[in-house]
Structures are given as structure tokens and as C-alpha cells.
Design a protein around this ligand. Structure first.
Ligand SMILES: C[S@@+](CC[C@H](N)C(=O)[O-])C[C@H]1O[C@@H](n2cnc3c(N)ncnc32)[C@H](O)[C@@H]1O
Length: 178
């Protein structure tokens, strides 16, 4: 997936890794862009990401705990938003997609990878339906590939790459429509 991501990055991009967790992907793409901002709602994840970054040679990566709606993020300010294994966890997904679209610059790109837990006839989807009923995870979207494509286009983004990995996750790259 790293190679697929890198094909859509430019040396002068500012990239926001939304839901960065411990920063593995943020650091993996740091050499391909001008600046990486890793964002996660979890303070423990951000602490781990900062510790990892301190031992990494990249000096263009910053991590912060917070929300996509924090005023620190201004409209039309980010060239790339990377959202890997996050969309299925978000409450108010249409609102989040709209926010991401607004933050992107005119030629900005959303790079996402999302497990399709709502895909029909999948064993994983049956398991996830069970897990959702237990309430172990605070929020879980059982999305199909069609749901994800619709959410992306409804947010005003045009899909430029779209394929399903063997593990049932959908990789989508979408560009802000001018
Ligand atoms: C499954 S992990 C994926 C981590 C990483 N992107 C990866 O692919 O390895 C999902 C991460 O998204 C974060 N997350 C969930 N909802 C979030 C939100 N509303 N805002 C920011 N981060 C969020 C979680 O704390 C978690 O670290």
C-alpha cells in the first residue's frame, strides 16, 4: 500500500495523517512530502508517535492530539489527507468527509483505506455485526465499497483510484473537484 500511496504524493505537499495512531504511516511518507502533521484523538497514541519520531531521522513530522474540527486546521490548508483504517470508526461520517473536503487545497487529495465491514456475504461482516452489538467498540460503521464511494463523491471529491485489497479493505484516492 505504501507504493500506492506514494504515487499520489508531491515533494511540496503538506500532508495530514488523520487517525495517525503511533505514526507508522506518517513517518513512512515523510521523505516524499514537505511536511506531515499526524493527528489522533488518543493522547496515548500521540505520545507513542512522538517517541517513535524522536528516534526517526525525519524532521518534518509533527504529531498532535485533537480533532479534525480544531480551529488550528484552516479551510483550504492541506494538500493531502491520509485516512488509513479510520473511516469505519467515525461517528457522523458525512460530516467528517465534508470537513476533510473543506480542508483540502483545490488540487488536494484524500487517500483512504477502509475495511469494508458491511460488504455482503463476508464472514468478517457477520463477525463485526456481532461485535457492534456487544458495544465493545464505541462506534463501528459497517461500510460497503459502494457506501465509501458515495460518501467520497457526496463530499465533492472525484475518485481517481479505487481498488479492493485481498483483505477486503477499499483503497480510494480522491481529488477535490474544482
Ligand atoms: C485502526 S487505527 C489506524 C491507525 C493508522 N492510521 C494505521 O493505519 O495504522 C484508528 C486510529 O484512528 C483514531 N481515531 C478514531 N476516531 C478519531 C477521530 N474522530 N479523530 C482522530 N482520530 C481518531 C484512533 O484513536 C486510532 O488511533
Amino acid at each position: 500500500m505504501l507504493a500506492a500511496i506514494k504515487r499520489h504524493l508531491r515533494a511540496d505537499d503538506t500532508l495530514l495523517d488523520f487517525g495517525c495512531a503511533t505514526g507508522t504511516w506518517s513517518l513512512a511518507v515523510a521523505g516524499d512530502v514537505r511536511e506531515v502533521q499526524g493527528l489522533d484523538v488518543s493522547g496515548k497514541m500521540i505520545e507513542a508517535a512522538q517517541n517513535k519520531a524522536a528516534k526517526h531521522p525525519a524532521r518534518n513530522v509533527r504529531f498532535r492530539q485533537g480533532s479534525l474540527f480544531d480551529p488550528v486546521y484552516n479551510a483550504v490548508s492541506v494538500d493531502v489527507i491520509m485516512s488509513l483504517s479510520v473511516l469505519h470508526l467515525l461517528d457522523d461520517l458525512p460530516g467528517m468527509m465534508d470537513r476533510m473536503s473543506r480542508l483540502l487545497t483545490p488540487s488536494g487529495r484524500l487517500i483512504s483505506n477502509t475495511p469494508c465491514l458491511g460488504q455482503k456475504r463476508s464472514l468478517l461482516s457477520l463477525l463485526m455485526r456481532g461485535i457492534r452489538k456487544t458495544g465493545i467498540v464505541p462506534h463501528l460503521n459497517l461500510l460497503s465499497s459502494r457506501d465509501i464511494e458515495q460518501l467520497v463523491t457526496d463530499a465533492g471529491l472525484s475518485i481517481v483510484e479505487n481498488h479492493m485489497w485481498p483483505d477486503g479493505a477499499l483503497f480510494v484516492v480522491a481529488q477535490k473537484s474544482s
